[in-house]
Write a protein that binds this ligand. Structure first.
Ligand SMILES: *Cc1c(COP(=O)(O)O)cnc(C)c1O
Length: 236
């Protein structure tokens, strides 16, 4: 029998296919990250049984025991705010870190990666709505610091990530997603660098994010159900 998680995953994947076809994109260019924060290992197992392999967590303390219990074939994405004192363990447990939000943090991650002999994949988080309550680079700061960030040879910079300001409906996120894509284009041109990926789109707006170029959608509640509580240190 199909688990509820498998049904939800399948519905989300259908939506991803439909969004891709509306804008003529190859669905293989979109990674679905199942955001499992606050949800128990049993539900993650259901998703693994359904063939899913990309999962996102936002707190190291919560994620570590899950990672240690679940199969090694899982690709773990850290989508939460990064605390300096957690960097070493994050690098040891996660394949991709989505929210590097300062030059100082990037340099520290590069230093620890050197010590560990790793070449971590990262996203640079942009505070696209310039909200005081959110982390991420302001555009002008990122442009000022980009040269220095690019000199950090251990970091594989996949691209940009954002959490847009809350809006009245999914459609209101479109302009923020489009801005992130445009910013990516401008940075690629100015710094002669490739930033292939855009981490944007959550349960409420992933279809629109895909229409605007997202390559990594971070989807939690549409797969696992409503979260009972808000996670400490959760972004946005
Ligand atoms: C929790 C979270 C998500 C998933 O949110 P849903 O609305 O449940 O899909 C995505 N991105 C980040 C950064 C999150 O903290």
């Amino acid at each position: 029998m199909m688990s509820q998680i498998e049904k939800n995953l399948s519905a989300v994947k259908q939506e991803i296919l439909a969004a891709c076809s509306r804008v003529g994109r190859d669905p293989a260019t979109v990674d679905l990250i199942a955001v499992s924060k606050t949800f128990p290992v049993a539900l993650i197992h259901d998703a693994v049984d359904a063939g899913h392999r990309h999962f996102g967590e936002s707190k190291l303390q919560e994620a570590e025991p899950k990672i240690n219990t679940l199969p090694n074939s899982i690709h773990w994405h850290f989508i939460g705010g990064v605390q300096r004192n957690k960097v070493r363990k994050l690098l040891q447990n996660f394949e991709i870190i989505h929210a590097i939000d300062s030059l100082k943090l990037a340099a520290y991650v590069d230093q620890i990666a050197t010590e560990l002999g790793l070449f971590p994949k990262i996203f640079l988080q942009v505070n696209i709505g310039r909200e005081t309550t959110k982390g991420g680079f302001l555009e002008e700061i990122l442009r000022t610091e980009m040269e220095n960030i690019l000199s950090l040879k251990r970091l594989e910079i996949l691209g940009l990530m954002c959490i847009p300001p809350a809006g009245p409906d999914p459609e209101s996120a479109r302009k923020w997603f489009a801005s992130l894509r445009e910013m990516r284009g401008a940075l690629e041109e100015e710094f002669c660098v490739k930033l292939p990926a855009l981490s944007m789109g959550m349960s409420g707006d992933f279809q629109i994010a895909i229409e605007e170029g997202s390559t990594h959608v971070r989807v939690g509640s549409a797969i696992f159900g409503k979260r009972a509580y808000r996670v400490d240190g959760e972004l946005g």
